[in-house]
Design a protein around this ligand. Structure first.
Ligand code: URA
Length: 262
């Protein structure tokens, strides 16, 4: 079946769909020997020979789903022009070409999913799926109840208001405070910008949760495979709404009919 090249590349685990567009524009992809730089171009992975940097890509790779504790000081891109470490450097023993589901800043640590299942990653990253992401934030000094209230209600950033967030004080010492912030949006440097907007100086930022997945007591640099149940639970989130199988938009709790009492 004919598909857009960027979709084929992401399904083959080459990169996310957006990164695949950059790869195509860079002239690194050819279809049947002809370099293609037009983003709308379609091809059929079953009948066309599609190459990346001259090497044929295959769409039948074993699917891999990983949960990594990203340390501070790693990029979540697949290459860094400045030569800084990238998260995939940490995945010793993983031969599949996985890439991150979304991004974390160079100076942010914590839970990062990686996969070579492009369709799955794209669906999880789609704003309509509203996956909750939980962050622990250490800020300088004390946090006023007014700052917590503003963060919770939504703050004005250059790219618009943020959606309401769940914000709770966690602990406080003489010089620093920890707060937890749960958001479902995924804008660029969102948590840092939200904190700045209410006058808080972020000194450490750690993603501790991605939907039901927790970083727990993992150490920076450690990773594990998701188990089949975890993948299935995440996959359920990625079923488009309207099919009767996807996440409900209304917040109505589904109830199973109870068996008749005897
Ligand atoms: N918000 C940020 O500010 N940075 C991240 O890395 C993730 C969320």
């Amino acid at each position: 079946m004919q598909e857009r090249l960027q979709k084929i590349l992401s399904q083959a685990g080459v990169a996310s769909r957006r990164e695949s567009e950059t790869i195509i524009l860079a002239g690194r992809v050819a279809v049947n020997g002809t370099v293609v730089t037009e983003l709308g171009t379609k091809a059929d992975p079953d009948t066309d020979t599609i190459t990346l940097d001259g090497k044929p890509i295959t769409v039948t790779e074993q699917r891999v789903y990983l949960l990594l504790y990203k340390p501070v000081g790693y990029m979540t891109t697949m290459k860094d022009p400045e030569g800084r470490p990238i998260v995939t450097d940490l995945l010793k023993g993983i031969k599949e070409r996985v890439y991150p589901v979304g991004r974390l800043d160079y100076n942010t640590e914590g839970l990062l999913l990686l996969t070579n299942d492009g369709a799955f990653a794209n669906m999880l990253m789609h704003p309509s799926h509203e996956v909750d992401k939980g962050y622990l934030v250490r800020v300088s000094g004390h946090v006023a109840p007014e700052q917590i209230r503003k963060l919770s209600e939504g703050v004005k950033l250059e790219d618009g208001m943020t959606a309401p967030a769940k914000v709770l004080p966690v602990s406080e010492s003489e010089n620093n405070s920890w707060i937890s912030i749960t958001i479902h949006e995924g804008r660029y440097r969102q948590v840092r910008r939200m904190c700045e907007a209410v006058g808080l100086n972020v000194v450490r930022l750690k993603r501790s949760r991605y939907d039901f997945l927790e970083i727990g007591d993992m150490k920076p640099g450690e990773f594990r495979h998701l188990d089949a149940v975890e993948v299935a639970k995440l996959r359920r989130k990625t079923v488009p709404s309207g099919t009767g199988r996807g996440p409900r938009k209304t917040g109505v709790v589904a109830r199973r009919k109870s068996a008749p009492r005897r």
